[in-house]
Design a protein around this ligand. Sequence first.
Ligand SMILES: Cc1cc2nc3c(=O)[nH]c(=O)nc-3n(C[C@H](O)[C@H](O)[C@H](O)COP(=O)(O)OP(=O)(O)OC[C@H]3O[C@@H](n4cnc5c(N)ncnc54)[C@H](O)[C@@H]3O)c2cc1C
Ligand SMILES: Cc1cc2nc3c(=O)[nH]c(=O)nc-3n(C[C@H](O)[C@H](O)[C@H](O)COP(=O)(O)O)c2cc1C
Ligand code: SF4
Length: 654
Amino acid sequence: MAKDLNNLFSPININRMTLKNRAVMPAMGTGYGNPDSTVSDRLIAYLERRAAGGVGLIITEVFAVDRRGKGFPSEVGIWDDSFIPGLKRLTEAVHRKGTLIAAQLHHAGRETAEGIVGAKPEAPSPLPSIILRQPCEEMTIERINEVTQAFADAALRAKNAGFDAVEIHGAHGYLVCQFLSPFSNHRTDQYGGSPENRARFALEILEKTRKAVGPDFPVIIRISSDEAVKGGHDLEFSRWLAPKLVEAGADAIHVSLGVYSTPGNLTIASMDVEPGFNLFRAKAIKEVVSVPIIGVGRIHDPRLAEEALSRGDADLISFGRQHLTDPDFLNKARAGNYDDIRFCIACNQGCIERLMFEFKSATCVFNPECGEEYRMDLDPAEKPRTVWVAGAGPAGLSAAMYAAAKGHQVRIFESGSEPGGQLISASMPPHKEGLQQWLAWALRRLAGKGIMPEYNTALTPGDASKGKPDLVICATGAAPLVPPIAGIDTEIVVDARDVLTGITSVTTDPVVILGAGYVGMETADFLIQRGMKVTIIEKAPFPPVNAITAHGYWLHRRLYKSGSLLELGNEIISIEKNLVRVRKQDGSENSIEAGMVINALGAKSRKELTADLKKMGIPTTDVGDSISPRRFLEAIHEGAWAGINIEKTITGEK
Ligand SMILES: Cc1cc2nc3c(=O)[nH]c(=O)nc-3n(C[C@H](O)[C@H](O)[C@H](O)COP(=O)(O)OP(=O)(O)OC[C@H]3O[C@@H](n4cnc5c(N)ncnc54)[C@H](O)[C@@H]3O)c2cc1C
Ligand SMILES: Cc1cc2nc3c(=O)[nH]c(=O)nc-3n(C[C@H](O)[C@H](O)[C@H](O)COP(=O)(O)O)c2cc1C
Ligand code: SF4
């Protein structure tokens, strides 16, 4: 074992439960449950895979204690005994891998929708959720009693289904947190007003739960130690609350933060926030209680966890998204193989934002296996094939890795002098350097299989015709789009990617960026960091980068704070010497002074190679931006599936 992780890999007790180490996988909603709220084979396969990775305790995603408390359509239910057989299959699968598992008991309160719960959402006060804006109903005393009992009944059900512990979800703006908070609880009866009254709901849940499960069964409570929202409760309140939670029956406290409307989603903090930024709150809670404290928040590296444990900030550390990116990271760290760890970069694209804003199940951009464990065939191919990959961008590298893992003979051709494709420029703006880690990891993986991209070697149809590979995977990506705007070909116009990679240096103020998509906004961020002020011109009336996403929020904030401008509803007419002429939505024209103009108006797929190969009858398949310019998620996942499905693609099998 790596000597430097002694604290992380030492056992600890929560009540009578002994964890083999201090690493916890916290609750993470996936959307893998069945539509009838039962446990699915997909969820079991996903959690079994995580259990095999060496974690001490897995806490399941939210399980609804009441039908009216479901937060999303496929949320797993635990409100009825009929769920027990499915839950048992889950606990047995995790136990087979030598890992303990706790069920997270949840009621969404106002953070859900009528379409999901089949009635008006219920809450301490009839205040619609700030984000979802759903009208909701104030809970009666009778209903409060029913719901506090529902938590206790669900805890007993969890115990009977083989769970080793339960976690009461008292955080993140859901029902228990809503009661605790002056932000969402405006009641004037015994459940609202004073801190004692607001705490009553949580304390009654704990007392009833303890009574239901007996003295030895571990009960954890998760809290938002600070709601980090105007009018919400704060760390001082949580320090007052924590001893009362313990007195009411909590055996451990999981110190999270934030609610749905916390600016910048600090609950699931993005790359813009320092790793370990929330540990000081865990420490502050630890100071006032003697039960184990679980720290959480952008801790991806076991070495950072070790530091926190040795400083005494917390007794256990939750690794959330890192478990999605690399389920084996703890075993790798334990063996000292840090180079083999694929790190989460806190982009939120594949996990929480896919779940919340795209209404799709969660995965990880960099781990195409996440959520696909139940159906991805990673066994060696029966018939190894010769596979050529055109392009060493994310899609090509991913395709090559999976094809090689299946045992195919792989060559990668790259027309440029280095690997990564657009990832190179994408990794240059502030906080995005983590992308380079993935690139280095992928190259190491390939090198392990004896594969090195062949640089400065554009794959041509002629080469393919001569070499006769069984399949060509076209991962040729996308090039900058240059729309037909008068003056776009003049000297003052440069491409955003060239600015980011340093091919072009931006020296002449004022700088005007064309397009406020991610490339435009991040190029602005890059220049702001270098002390420049920019003006971004955008045709759409709303910012294409939504500030509701975590990274989007921080991008807008830094832009605003720097005094730079985002000019919406401006259509570019022409670029002339030292100015950009635009038409506003009311039809009036304006000119914006420009020392330099940066084109961030999009990308165009490179499709020529595929078209030529098809004409010549050479088997080929496309992945990534060569299909249409999109994101890393599509590139890496399509690459993986292409690598896995080589035989099917060649034979045309469905
Ligand atoms: C500045 C910037 C920031 C971005 N930020 C993000 C982000 O934060 N999140 C996100 O999800 N996406 C982001 N993107 C988009 C992301 O980079 C792309 O979606 C992704 O790189 C696509 O991968 P790909 O492998 O399909 O194509 P590419 O990355 O374009 O790679 C294609 C490769 O193929 C090579 N090639 C082309 N033709 C041939 C040939 N005939 N033979 C051999 N090689 C060839 C090219 O040289 C290139 O290296 C960003 C893009 C840019 C430009
Ligand atoms: C996709 C996703 C779903 C989540 N769902 C839950 C949940 O069901 N219950 C919960 O308490 N926290 C949930 N969280 C928050 C995580 O438990 C964790 O606190 C957060 O991701 C920060 O930890 P990390 O930086 O290690 O990822 C979720 C996070 C993600 C990424
Ligand atoms: S999608 Fe991004 S934030 Fe989510 S787990 Fe993967 S790397 Fe981390």
